[in-house]
Design a protein around this ligand. Structure first.
Ligand SMILES: Nc1ncnc2c1ncn2[C@@H]1O[C@H](COP(=O)(O)OP(=O)(O)O)[C@@H](O)[C@H]1O
Ligand SMILES: CC(=O)N[C@@H](CCC(=O)OP(=O)(O)O)C(=O)O
Length: 301
């Protein structure tokens, strides 16, 4: 009779080179609202992050919460509209967004990590001057028209500067920072920022070793629908140009490209609903999802 159960000793031993590779390295993990799923998924995520901390990696978590905001809006009977994948945010909407992101979602994620045995502290981009934001300006052109229209998305922002001091203090004290994607302008105005964008900005500012983007698809799929394990920045750009990278995947890969251009060694898009996706990516030979990397590097050890 054969026993297909993987030998835990073999798994641990095979993970050794990766454990050494990521020792003391900063890994930014974007935990998307769709990847949060049921309570058990969140607790499992918490255990994976706590394990990273225990083995000497320095994880920084940036979470989303789009579906959780939608659920609150439904309870309040408020409609929400999206333009180019971004939530149009007036003053009343901003209150709900900040309340949900910096409130229950932020605390649940931090608590799940803490419950698993690592200390985690939830903050928003407004704490410690972490994210100085400015209003995001987006334009749109109707098909067949030459005229660019400026879109008004209200209080939707983008990071203008990232002050990493508070993150470094927490990391230095072996505390896992958990960041809600809200920022503040020089004039004190609060902004709602897409969580992918915040994760990319923080990974770039910290010079992280890796940016992991946890979502609800297995990674970037090619024109034939098959998962692509590794791509260079140039290949990603060609995919956008050719149209087989589209919709919600565009801002995600653009965030990865931004982070790589800021010096991050590799950015991975992976399915956060798969048990232990983070550990699988970091500590196994094949990794998980799609690794986007600078040209000419061979970085899956
Ligand atoms: N080449 C591609 N590979 C994978 N997904 C793609 C691709 N092109 C477009 N997509 C779309 O991008 C979506 C992922 O983005 P999105 O739903 O915005 O993620 P999230 O909610 O986690 O931010 C997928 O569900 C898929 O419909
Ligand atoms: C401007 C904008 O659209 N902000 C997002 C912030 C949350 C987010 O990005 O959450 P996910 O990562 O779960 O999608 C929103 O209001 O939904």
């Amino acid at each position: 009779m054969t026993d297909d159960t993987p030998d835990p000793m073999k798994i641990l031993s095979a993970a050794l080179p990766y454990l050494k590779r990521y020792d003391d390295q900063i890994i930014v993990v974007k935990y998307g609202g769709h990847a949060m799923g049921e309570e058990e998924t969140a607790l499992r995520f918490g255990r994976d992050i706590a394990l990273l901390e225990q083995v000497g990696v320095s994880p920084v978590v940036v979470h989303g919460g789009g579906p959780q905001i939608n659920a609150m809006l439904k309870r309040l009977n408020v409609q929400s509209t999206f333009v180019q994948g971004l939530r149009v945010t007036d003053e009343a909407m901003l209150d709900v967004v900040e309340m949900v992101l910096a409130g229950p979602v932020n605390k649940q994620v931090a608590e799940a990590i803490t419950r698993a045995g690592a200390l985690a502290v939830g903050i928003s981009g407004k704490d410690g001057g972490l994210i100085r934001a400015r209003k995001l300006l987006r334009t749109m052109r109707d098909p067949g028209s030459h005229i660019e229209q400026v879109l008004d998305l209200g209080f939707v922002g983008e990071p203008e500067a990232v002050d990493t001091r508070v993150l470094k203090l927490l990391i230095g004290a072996d505390i896992v920072p958990v960041v809600a994607p809200v920022g503040v302008g020089v004039d004190g105005q609060t902004y709602n920022i897409n969580a992918d964008t915040v994760a990319g900005a923080i990974a770039g500012a910290l010079g992280a070793e890796r940016l992991l983007m946890l979502t609800d698809v297995s990674g970037v799929k090619g024109p034939d629908g098959a998962l692509i394990p590794e791509m260079t920045v140039a290949e990603v750009r060609a995919g956008i140009e050719a149209g087989w990278i589209s919709g919600g995947m565009i801002p995600k890969v653009e965030t990865c490209i931004y982070a790589i251009e800021k010096g991050v060694q590799g950015a991975v898009i992976l399915d956060g609903r798969v048990p232990h996706a983070v550990l699988h990516e970091l500590f196994t030979e094949g990794g998980a999802g799609t690794l986007i990397k600078p040209a000419g590097t061979l970085i899956r050890p």
